[in-house]
Design a protein around this ligand. Structure first.
Ligand code: GLU
Length: 279
């Protein structure tokens, strides 16, 4: 049976872009007679807040969406992600990185597909003594995937991209995770990262169709790599259009896009939001 999910991060209030993504996902789940699941991706303790999680549930209910309970909360699954990270470590694919943000920026060898500094590999070949000394000293540490080794081990990476309708011809794409360099698998403040948690949970929830915005197309290449390394199934992916503001820019929390709550206060009904999103 098809299983879809909407997986927002509770680090702010939902805006029209999120509403579009949630409605798109639910629409296709219903059309295919599948399940629509909700998952809160709240692993980042510095940005995620329980009040945003509450607000997300309330806004989605207001929009008329429903999902099976309990909602999966990633913050309750840190031990599971740590076990998966351990598997990568046992394969010799993780290494500790002690670099600060500014050190990463200074040694960057370009930018990754998200426009962030591409890690220059400063800590890739630290000696065992240096690692032991810095860990014993309690230096903040994150763990990175050795991208080149991981890709060599995984071999050719392909995945399926399709509109969710069964009539659409699926395309087989090659993943190009090398563009990301050595991504962080375990962050300094939590034993996981977005990339690790998302692939572990898409498998745990038996997701068959991942529907996400086009802006997340490049990160899918890392997800496919992790799925192969960890022996997890790869769902089909659909990259939907983004809702743009008047200036043609993607709506974003940081650029002050009006939230669903703002719109509600201005008198928008849930039906108005659905119409604006095209559902
Ligand atoms: N949690 C991610 C976000 O809010 C999206 C999840 C995904 O589709 O992988 O940006």
């Amino acid at each position: 049976m098809p299983v879809f999910r909407f997986a927002p991060s509770p680090n702010g209030y939902l805006h029209l872009g999120h509403a579009y993504s949630a409605l798109f996902t639910e629409h296709w789940a219903r059309r295919l007679g599948g399940d629509f699941l909700l998952r809160l991706e709240d692993t980042d303790p510095t940005r995620c807040k329980p009040e945003f999680a509450e607000a997300i549930l309330e806004d989605l209910r207001w929009l008329g969406l429903a999902w099976p309970e309990p909602v999966m909360m990633q913050s309750g699954r840190l031990a599971v992600y740590a076990q998966y990270a351990e598997r990568l470590r046992e394969m010799g694919l993780l290494y500790p990185c002690f670099c600060s943000r500014s050190e990463i920026a200074e040694a960057a060898t370009g930018t990754d597909p998200d426009g962030a500094p591409l890690y220059g590999g400063t800590c890739r070949h630290l000696s065992a003594e240096t690692i032991a000394r810095r860990l014993a000293r309690g230096d903040p540490v994150q763990y990175r995937l050795d991208g080149a080794r991981a890709i060599a081990r995984a071999g050719v990476l392909t995945f399926t991209v399709a509109q969710p309708t069964p009539l659409d011809r699926p395309q087989i794409r090659y993943a190009r995770p090398a563009l990301w360099g050595d991504v962080v698998i375990q962050r300094k403040e939590t034993p996981t990262s977005y990339h690790l948690s998302v692939v572990v949970d898409d498998a745990a929830q038996a997701i068959t169709h991942v529907t996400r915005g086009r802006d997340m197309e490049p990160s899918t290449d890392i997800h496919v790599l992790l799925q192969i390394l960890l022996g997890l199934p790869s769902p089909a992916y659909t990259f939907h259009k983004l809702i743009l503001d008047e200036g043609g820019r993607k709506l974003s929390k940081s650029k002050g896009a009006p939230t669903l709550r703002n719109l509600r206060e201005e008198g928008w009904s849930a039906a108005d939001v659905r119409t604006r999103a095209g559902f």
